[in-house]
Ligand binder design. Sequence first.
Ligand SMILES: Cc1cc2nc3c(=O)[nH]c(=O)nc-3n(C[C@H](O)[C@H](O)[C@H](O)COP(=O)(O)OP(=O)(O)OC[C@H]3O[C@@H](n4cnc5c(N)ncnc54)[C@H](O)[C@@H]3O)c2cc1C
Length: 444
Amino acid sequence: MARRSGERAYRTRAALGIAIYLALAFAPLSLMLLSPLGPARAPLQEFAVALGFVALGILGTQFAVAARIGRLKAPYGVDAVYYFHRRMAVVALGLAVAHPALLIAEAPGRIGLLNVVTAPWPARYAVATVAVLAGIIATSLWRRKIRLGYETWHAGHGLAALVILVLAALHATGTGIYTDDWKISALLFYLAIWVAILGYIRIGKPVAQLRRPYRVTRVERESPDTWTLTFSPEGHDGLRFRPGQHAWITLGRSPFSFEAHPFSFSSSPNREGGGFDMTIKELGDFTSTIGTYGPGTIAYVDGPFGAFTTDRHPATRYAFIAGGVGITPLMSMVRDAADRGDETPISLVYGAATREDLVFSAQLDELSSRIDLATTYVLEDPPQDWEGETGIITGEVLERSLGSVDAYEYFICGPPAMIDGVARSLEDLGVDKRRLHYERFEIA
Ligand SMILES: Cc1cc2nc3c(=O)[nH]c(=O)nc-3n(C[C@H](O)[C@H](O)[C@H](O)COP(=O)(O)OP(=O)(O)OC[C@H]3O[C@@H](n4cnc5c(N)ncnc54)[C@H](O)[C@@H]3O)c2cc1C
């Protein structure tokens, strides 16, 4: 495809981002190691304290990793960043537990520090930090099992993260390790950076969104449970996005509310006037009401985000594989290719439950007369007169639809189970993992 942004520039940014991450995660430890140092203590004790400072650094950086800041996430992709965020929370918990465990191993009498009734305050803060951290991880892992709604979990998660940071700071500054005033000030400044990031996300961003509102200008039913909404900027020039990206939408509410949902752009990015479409399937509390938001509804938009875009992966042939409403970002890529008269062949394999669930089939058929697009529809529950593929998208379906499977760069979007199944089938067929790009319609 013609328009490309240098993949090398993304790699450089990715490497720079990792270097900055490491510097920030190890900043509390580095600070501790600067002169003046306290009197030397047992090596195991020093090691245990060092682990505590690394845990503090990781906990702080979690604010930046989770924050919805497109520029930070762009080189890696949103999925990968949230995956890293979840893993690093567990690493921080491991370090936070190892820190007192090693101190107790070095001097077993310290076990009394775990008794929150009798222990000094800094030790109590440490116990509370570990307890809240364990709680935040447990509620994230088992949110669905304990039937915790996404919005409640999200709000509680942010608040608990702030509590952890304050408790950890009280512990670190209260134990007397940072004996010098300037080290305490430097540590507090470091921690203030993370609080500032939270403030930016919760206050700065909504204020910016209030200044750039959108209105729903069209609502169209695409299938019994899927709707396309057109958003038009009001009093500003809209946003620029890449085909395949997504944004967070707050519909009919204040941008300060926690009710923002991520949706992919389904329109071409080349539309005049800065407006765009999103195609939304009814699924849960919010989306099941989507058809009730009529034209005129105010909307706030946070985005664009995401690295799921052909712009970043030049190829001589693309395979787009969609499950259900996962067609949306791929539709944006197809429409973009058509707008630009791009002649790169695209093979689309599009699975849905029933024929009625195949949104955009008429548009796709029309677009295949304008660009080199071949679509294979796969229905789980086909009508009697259906002559196409049936069942789910398996390796055999992919081989029949695509022919030589190594010829393509793959873009796969849909529910997590479908993505995992398709990726496994392609890997079994010998496709290099690096040619598979995903967008999961699920964050936590
Ligand atoms: C990158 C991305 C792009 C997406 N693009 C589309 C799209 O183009 N079309 C479409 O129909 N759907 C899309 N989704 C899915 C859509 O965001 C969810 O279906 C929607 O947020 C569900 O909200 P609900 O309240 O109706 O359902 P609920 O029953 O409350 O939630 C169902 C699941 O959706 C997820 N979810 C719910 N609320 C949020 C939220 N505020 N933020 C993040 N995840 C949430 C959670 O994993 C939750 O378990 C996308 C998701 C992601 C992550």
